[in-house]
Design a protein around this ligand. Structure first.
Ligand code: GDD
Ligand code: MG
Length: 388
């Protein structure tokens, strides 16, 4: 009864494993912590937090191992709007607690209402079927109550993930969980999103010391038969590296209400009025300026206060707040960081990442260049290189 009431009020908790600085998303993360790098014009973490809020989560603990001030300032307004309290749980950066220890550290908050709680890795996005996940979790057989439910997806190279072996023909309980298998054991992997019951803390199975949930907790729950796999039907993407970030953007875009495919033609009407072409899916911040003759999309995001010049062509790319892509420039499969400038007739291709405040001169060709913040680039970069 208590739980039912709590559910109606919405008092569910969640924890996001935020961890370190996100070195694999350099050079963007040299000037911005990974969790707030904008993905589809919103801090990356907010996609997870919005999905959690939609199913009644009222408090999200961010488990971090560095100063959370910048994160706090950026995320708080979003949290307030959603009615979600965002709390920080900080580890000693010299002694990070792994993927289970931070859950142990936040035990008191997570167990407050006696409800199950969510745990997410911070670097993953998906179609977020959290309601289905809760229903699935709560409907496991009485003789084998779920202590945990893991969202699983299918990949072609499972060796970099946690592999989940389960039985779709029975009750979906997980027989084995193998983190980063050396040999092939299956291609269904841990998508990095879980529901756990407060009982997982019993007997210090999860404690506030350095622990891996994948190596120390899931195998134990699997052996008990109380760990379940819910297959994910929609898309899934790891957004921790530039290539996956660009791909993830294209997958996430069509499901956002503000994307042109869902905004009741607002973007198309704007494009027609301003004389540019919108190739769906496209997301253009209302404060951005797009000149006539430009062609945007597919899979393209233009951030706040950006400028896109006449006849510029941008596809499969993200342009972040305050950046400019000048007349006749071509940008494909790339990221243009905050306040950067792509010169006229420049050619930016093949996973080029311009960090914050980079100036690419007119007519320059950048092929897979990773350009560090505040650099001026005036000669072409014909092969993938880091420009320091
Ligand atoms: N607070 C905190 N402290 N967070 C941490 C720590 C830590 O010491 N170590 C890692 N994290 C966070 C990371 O920031 C990330 O959000 C999450 O925990 C998982 O760590 P990764 O380093 O990204 O692990 P992975 O990608 O190799 O593997 C994990 O994710 C896969 C799905 O992407 C595992 O959970 C796999 O089983 C899973 O398949
Ligand atoms: Mg990861």
């Amino acid at each position: 009864m208590k739980n039912k009431k709590a559910r109606e009020r919405g008092t569910m908790k969640a924890l996001i494993l935020v961890g370190g600085y996100g070195t694999r998303l350099r050079p963007l993360t040299l000037t911005c912590p990974k969790p707030i790098v904008p993905l589809c014009n919103k801090p990356m973490l907010m996609h997870q937090i919005s999905a959690m809020a939609a199913v009644g989560v009222t408090e999200v603990v961010l488990a971090v191992s560095y100063q959370p001030e910048v994160l706090e300032a950026e995320l708080k307004p979003y949290g307030d709007k959603l009615g979600v309290k965002i709390t920080f749980s900080r580890e000693d950066p010299d002694h990070p607690l792994g993927t289970a220890g931070p859950i142990g550290l936040a035990k008191d908050i997570l167990c407050e209402g006696g409800e199950p709680f969510f745990v997410f890795n911070s670097d993953v996005i998906c179609s977020f079927p959290l309601k289905q996940m809760l229903d699935f979790h709560r409907s496991r057989p009485a003789e084998r109550r779920a202590q945990g439910t893991i969202l699983v997806t299918k990949v072609t190279d499972p060796s970099k993930f946690g592999v989940v072996i389960y039985h779709p023909e029975t009750d979906y309980h997980i027989e084995r969980f193998v983190e980063k298998p050396k040999e092939f054991v299956g291609d269904r992997i841990n998508a990095g999103m879980y529901i756990l019951e407060p009982s997982v803390f019993d007997g210090d199975l999860i404690a506030p010391r350095r622990m891996s949930i994948e190596r120390e907790v899931f195998p134990v729950l699997a052996a008990r038969g109380t760990l379940y796999a819910m297959p994910l039907e929609g898309f899934w993407a790891d957004v921790g590296q530039p290539r996956d970030f660009v791909k993830g953007t294209g997958l996430l875009l069509p499901q956002l209400p503000e994307c042109d495919v869902n905004d009741h033609d607002a973007t198309k009407t704007r494009a027609a009025a301003e004389g540019w072409t919108c190739v769906s899916p496209v997301l253009v911040d209302p404060s951005a300026t797009v000149a006539a003759g430009a062609v945007l999309g597919p899979n393209t995001v233009i951030g706040p206060n950006c400028t896109v010049g006449a006849t510029a062509r941008i596809k499969n790319s993200t342009v972040m707040r305050g950046a400019a892509v000048l007349d006749g420039a071509y940008v494909a499969d790339s990221i243009v960081g905050w306040r950067s400038r792509v010169g006229r007739w420049a050619h930016v291709v093949n996973m080029t990442v311009l960090a914050e405040n980079v100036k690419l001169a007119d007519e320059v060709y950048a092929n897979g260049a990773l350009v560090l913040p505040h650099k001026d680039v005036s000669v072409s970069v014909p092969e993938p290189t880091i420009i320091m």
